[in-house]
Structures are given as C-alpha cells and as structure tokens.
Design a protein. Structure first.
Length: 733
C-alpha cells in the first residue's frame, strides 16, 4: 500500500549520546505533533538529519535502528555539509534574503554546491524507501531542490512542499544567482503551500517572471502536470496549551515564578535568537516606555526568553552580544534591589515553564521585523483561558492576517510600540476578554491537526485533477473513433469556437486574423455538403464577416447575440435593451486610464475590457477590482459579467453560446455533433448539447467537456485528420 513520507532538514527528535549509550527524546514541537498523526501510522516515515555527527558505521547502525522504532530515517551529514549547506546556504543566504535582509545575504558558490549535494543526498536516501505511488511531503527552505529531484525518479508520486518562512517579492528573490534552479526545484511538487496569501502571490509572480509560465487562479501547467499553489496558515495544538494551564505541574511553575516577580505586571517576549525577530527593538521600546511613563517603573517587568539558535553563524553571535548589552544597560539604568526591569533567560525552557510564563504574563510582545507565521503569539492566546491578557503583534508576522483583534503595530515604528504597550497595560478587562475570545475562536477552528488534514486533502485533490485531466485527453484511439463516426454520419454539425481554439491569442485582439492554413482547413470542411460548420465566437459580426465571411459556414457572434446560418442573413436572437452601456462605459474608461495597455471593445450587445497587453499582474489585479465594482453597479440590471482569458465582458443576460448552438441543432437535426472550445463561455455549449455530442475543451481548466486537447495546434491537427480521412466528396457527387 502506498505510504506517506515526511521530509525535513531536522528529524523531530533529540539524540543524546554518552557512555551509557543513546537517549532519544522525541520533539514536542507543534509541527512534530501535527505530523505525528501521519508519520507514526503504518509504514509511514519521517526522513531528516538527526542533529548529531556519527562517523563510525556501528554508531550509525545503532541510531538508525533506534530511530526506526519511532518511524524515522536518519540522513547522516558531515560537519562540512552542515557548515556549508545549513549554516551557509540555508541560513546565511536563503534565510536573510527571504526575510528581506539583502545586506546580510552571502552569495557563496561553495555553499550553493553543498546545498545541491545535500539535497541530492536526501533524494538518494528517500529513494531507498519510496515506492512510485507514495505521497511525499517536503518541508522548508533547506530542501528547495528536492521536489524536482524526487519527481525525476518518481514521476507518479504525490509530492507536496510547505514553505515555513516568508517568500519574498520577486524584486528580492531575483538577487539570487541561483534563482532559476531554485524555482524549478520547487516546481517538481504537485502542491506548494505557504502561510499567507502574500507569500503565495510573491511566489506566483516569481515563477512567471523566472520561467515565463503563466498561472490560472494559482495553478501552473508544467511538464504535463498541474501544480497548485495555495495558502495554508499553520495553526497550533490548541488543546495542549489551553488545557495545560490548570495542570498541577504548570500551576507549580506559576507559583514559583510569581513568588519572585511579586505584584509586577509582566510583559512577555519569547523567540529563538534571530535578527528577524526584532528583539533589540523590543528592549529599546521597553526602555522608552519606562522613560516616557515613569509611573510604570517598579510596576512592570519584561520577561525576555531567548532560545539559543544558530549561534555558530556570525550574525547570531553578534546579536547575542547586543542583547546582553541592552539588557545590562536598562537593568543598570532603572533596576534596584526590589525590581529588575528585564528578566533575561538565554536558554530553552521545558514546556511546563513555558506554559506557566504564557499564563502569568499580562502582555505578549510579539514584534518580529519579518516572520513567516509566528506560533508564539498563537500559543499565548490559547493559554489565556481566563481571557485576561493582551497581544501586541507585528503586522510583519503571518499570524497578523488571522489575529486581527491583537494590537497590530509596525515594528519599525518605535513610538507605536511604546504606545501599544501603554494601551495594553491600560486596556479594560472587558475589552481584553472580547479580543482574546475572538482570537481563540479562530485558533480553535484551524489547529495544527486541521492544517495537516487540509494540506493532505488539497494534495489528493491536485493529484486527482491531474488524473482526470489525463483521462480526458483525446488520445489517438478516441480520435479515430470520432473520425469513424464522423465519416458514417450524414448530417454533421461542427461547432467551433474561434479565439483560443482555432487561433492562438495575440496581444491585440484585432491581430488574431485567420491565417491561410486555418482558412484552408475550414474551407475543406465547409465544402463538404454533409458538414455544417459553425464558427462560434465572442467577437462581433464585422470581424467574423470580414475574415471568414466568404466561407460556406454558419456564425454565432457576440457569445450568441447574433446568428447567421450558411448562406443566410445575420439575425439577432431577441431585442435587448442597451441603456446599461451608458452607465458602464465611464467605469471601463476609468480602468483604461489606470491600466496602461488595456482597451475597450464595443460590441452590439456587450462591452469588453481587454488587458492582455497590460503589465503582468497589474491587469489581473485591476480585473478583480473591476469585477467586484461591476457586480455592485450592475446589481439591478439584467446583464452578466463574464471573466474570459484576459478579458472582462459585460453583456445582456440570457445570451449565451449554448442557447445559440441549440438553434443550429434544431435547424439541422444532425446525426453527429462535435463542439470545440477553450473558454468558460464555451461551457454553456458543452452543457446544452445532447449527450451523444462530442465535446472537447482546449486547455487544462476544469470543464464539462468529455475530452481535452492541449493546444490550438492539436485542434487543427485533429480537424485536418477529419478532412483528410473522408472521401465522401466523391461518394456524394
Ligand atoms: C519558523 C518560522 C513559523 C520557544 N521557546 C521555547 C519553545 N519555543 C517554541 C514555541 C514555538 C516555537 O518554539 C517557535 O516557533 P515560531 O513560529 O514562533 O518561530 P520559528 O522557530 O522561527 O519557526 C515561523 C514556523 O517556522 C512554523 O511554520 O511560524 O515564522 O520562522 O512553538 O513554543 N519551546 C520550549 N521551550 C522554549 O523555551 N519548549
């Protein structure tokens, strides 16, 4: 049976080795808890570095055997690997750059080479355990190349990737000399997840700009696969924090802390040692608070817990020294025998003490300069079961998108930091309860367990869509079947969409004229008296008449507003009111002014705003805005807003390609129907035709069509086959 393999740089375990042997302590961190529901089941595994260097084969075997009991597989790395791949490329190149610190970013080729090498080592080890149909979930920025490496060896596997840190704007990402291999590395995954929509949006634009691939609503088509990009804000083990407060062990720690802090009001700061967390800025702001508001002296203390981390990287050693200096300075300046302004702990505390700190603190000061999510603020909120306490939260933390009832501040604004501490210290209990209550509801709903479920569900869904897509692809055998039926039929109706189906898109819609090859194929089809060819389009009558009017074909123009049978005049389906255009037009003109490259097309029954030529991203953003404005403005008008491929079309309701197509079905009474289209306006055609019609969607989006072809070229190729294969001209003649 297919299994699931979790992969991260570090295994969720601490291994201690002394004369008595090995001791394994599984990590109780949030991610390990959340993923516990997966990797401990059945044959599932977690693969990663065990956190220690073992050179003898015997030691490695022992550790491997012990870890295997916990469903873990170790990757043994050398000191040199860790120095270059982990401390170097991961933590001195990617980490600073992704957190918007280009000035701290090191560009070192040797580190890059080690990064490639270690990603390869991971891949080789995983391939010893993985089967072709397994699900593999890769975690974080140390392993950006791994999805592609795995994909090459396991083309059918479900591969997910989650990025725990921010994904920067392309303007920052592009600084990396290795930006292309890094992006391609990630595109090996089927699902790529981020904490926030902003990270996701930055990634989407980075992919487009680095590789030229365009996405459709967060989906890329790459090497015959769909790749889904989505936001999954990570939650915490809510129950663990909420229920621990009343346990005896935590109550004991609470008493111990309170006996030394007395009646002080407590502000809490907890982070790993990292320059992205804004710790010095926080101490300086606390100093300011005591300077500007002397009434808080002797009454408020800051508990500063800094967990040692990466202290072999130079920037981190400097930071530690800076913190010691700042804490020393403020304690020297204000402290006395009865009161210590800042209680500084430079160590990791056991969970019970951490939980006690959350519960005794009045305020949590979580003010990172940049943070992917930040779980500390969520843990603080969950621990406040008595609903007393205030969270001051940086807008630069991913969590700020969810915890909107916190006091949200810009961590670079020192005055705002001081004022928010004051506001928090003075906040009425009722307001504290109200804010915490709302935030607790959010966190209770989207826990770490739900996060894992949602990610895995989405990965399954992505894989299924890929399979559905593959299943619908119109292969050779089916093409032959359709062709055979076509040739035995006597009245064939061919409903062919124009743009994106018979002709590729061009920057200016008027440039998409039919070329000689297309005209030849259509002529060939149309000349056969058994065939009834209808060109169905969103375009107006004039365009279709001008470029295709000499052919013996029928037309549907403006998405069904106008119809023309072979050798007959144009007529409209019904008379439609047009007054709405006067109201909508000024708004479209306003969007043309604001969106360079966009233009308005006037049709008899519709207005179209085209943005194909606009700057990538800007057009899409304006389109979203325009659609929502239009929906508001057109609430009581009988019109429809259609979102097409780089176009927004506003037209009278009740007109659609499906209704128009059915007119031809009624007139011709065909014994063979083929409909081909690429746009979602063609879905109306696919849905309204009888069950035995052959319907073909061009492209990869979801569709009601029975089959899919990948491109305009494939459509033309298929149509040529239909024309070449028949000899009916002679038999009819
Ligand atoms: C990265 C991203 C993203 C802290 N001190 C102690 C202790 N902790 C635990 C906390 C919390 C965790 O460490 C810290 O998590 P954060 O999310 O706040 O920050 P990073 O370590 O930078 O994590 C971050 C995260 O990945 C998840 O995707 O949110 O943005 O940078 O759980 O409780 N635990 C114990 N003792 C301590 O002294 N036991």
């Amino acid at each position: 049976m297919a299994k699931t393999i979790i992969i991260s740089n570090r295994l969720p375990v601490k291994i201690h080795q002394d004369n008595h042997g090995l001791t394994l302590t599984p990590s109780a961190g949030g991610l390990a808890t959340g993923l516990g529901s997966i990797y401990k089941q059945g044959n599932n595994l977690w693969v990663g570095w065990p956190g220690l260097f073992l050179h003898s084969e015997e030691d490695q075997k022992k550790v491997t055997a012990e870890l295997r009991k916990e469903s873990m597989v170790p990757i043994f790395l050398h000191k040199e690997h860790i120095k270059k791949y982990y401390e170097g490329f991961s933590n001195s190149t990617l980490w600073p750059l992704f957190h918007y610190y280009p000035q701290l970013t090191e560009y070192n080729t040797e580190d890059w080479e080690a990064y490639v090498e270690v990603n390869n080592i991971f891949c080789t080890e995983i391939l010893k355990h993985a089967e072709p149909d397994d699900t593999i979930w890769v975690h974080d920025y140390q392993l950006l190349l791994l999805p592609e490496m795995l994909r090459k060896a396991l083309p059918k596997a479900s591969i997910g990737y989650f990025h725990h840190i921010p994904f920067p704007s392309y303007e920052i990402f592009r600084l990396l000399p290795w930006r292309e291999p890094l992006v391609n590395g990630l595109l090996g995954a089927d699902l790529i997840g981020f904490h926030t929509f902003d990270d996701m949006r930055h990634f989407l634009s980075t992919v487009s700009r680095t590789t030229g691939l365009d996405h459709e609503m967060g989906h890329f088509k790459h090497q015959g696969r769909f790749i889904t990009v989505d936001a999954f804000p990570m939650g915490i083990d809510y129950e663990k924090y909420a229920s621990s407060v009343t346990t005896e062990a935590v109550q004991k720690e609470r008493k111990r802390f309170l006996s030394s802090t007395g009646n002080q009001r407590l502000i809490l700061s907890i982070d790993r040692l990292d320059y992205t967390k804004g710790i010095p800025e926080r101490i300086i702001a606390f100093d300011q608070l005591l300077t500007q508001f002397p009434e808080y002296r002797q009454k408020v203390s800051l508990i500063l817990l800094v967990v040692p981390s990466r202290d072999t990287v130079t920037n981190y050693t400097h930071l530690k020294e800076e913190l010691e200096l700042l804490v020393g300075r403020i304690n020297g300046k204000y402290g006395n025998l009865e009161w210590t302004p800042v209680h500084f702990f430079y160590r990791a505390l056991p969970f019970n003490q951490l939980s006690a700190l959350y519960s005794i603190s009045d305020i949590a000061l979580v003010t990172p300069l940049r943070d992917g999510m930040n779980l500390v603020c969520k843990e603080f909120v969950a621990s406040k079961t008595d609903r007393k306490g205030v969270l001051v939260l940086s807008e630069m933390a991913g969590a700020a998108k969810e915890l909107t009832e916190a006091l949200i501040i810009n961590p670079n604004d020192q005055e705002a930091l001081v004022q928010s501490m004051r506001q928090a210290l003075e906040m009425p209990l009722e307001e504290q309860a109200l804010r915490l209550g709302e935030m607790q509801k959010t966190l209770q709903r989207y826990t770490i367990h739900r996060w894992v479920e949602v990610f895995m569900e989405r990965l399954r869904y992505t894989k299924e869509s890929q399979a559905n897509f593959r299943a619908k692809i119109l292969g050779r055998r089916m093409q032959q079947e359709i062709s055979d039926e076509f040739h035995t039929a006597q009245k064939r109706l061919l409903l062919l969409d124009y743009d994106g189906t018979l002709r590729s898109f061009t920057q200016r819609p008027t440039d998409a004229k039919p070329d000689a090859k297309l005209r030849e194929i259509l002529r060939e089809l149309a000349e056969n008296p058994l065939n009834h060819v209808v060109i169905i389009s969103g375009r107006d009558r004039r365009f279709l008449t001008k470029w295709l009017g000499d052919l013996n074909v029928g037309f549907v123009a403006e998405h069904g507003a106008w119809i023309k049978q072979e050798n007959q005049e144009w007529h409209t389906i019904a008379s439609m009111p047009q007054e709405w255009k006067q109201e909508i037009l000024p708004m479209l003109e306003y969007y043309v002014d604001r969106t360079p490259g966009s233009l308005i097309e006037h049709k008899d029954y519709s207005l179209v705003w085209h943005f194909r030529k606009s700057e990538h991203g800007l057009g899409e953003m304006r389109a979203r805005e325009l659609v929502s404005n239009l929906q508001y403005l057109t609430g009581n008008m009988d019109i429809q807003v259609l979102e097409g491929n780089k176009v927004i079309e506003i037209k009278n309701a009740g007109i659609n390609k499906g209704r128009a197509s059915m007119n031809f079905v009624d007139w011709i009474k065909p014994d063979f129907i083929l409909a081909i289209g690429d746009d979602w306006t063609d879905e109306d055609t696919f849905k309204s035709l009888p069950d035995d019609a052959y319907t073909i969607k061009v492209g990869n989006a979801d569709s009601a069509a029975k089959f899919k072809l990948k491109s305009v070229d494939e459509v033309l190729h298929f149509l040529i086959k239909l024309t070449d294969m028949g000899n009916e001209k002679q038999s009819v003649a």
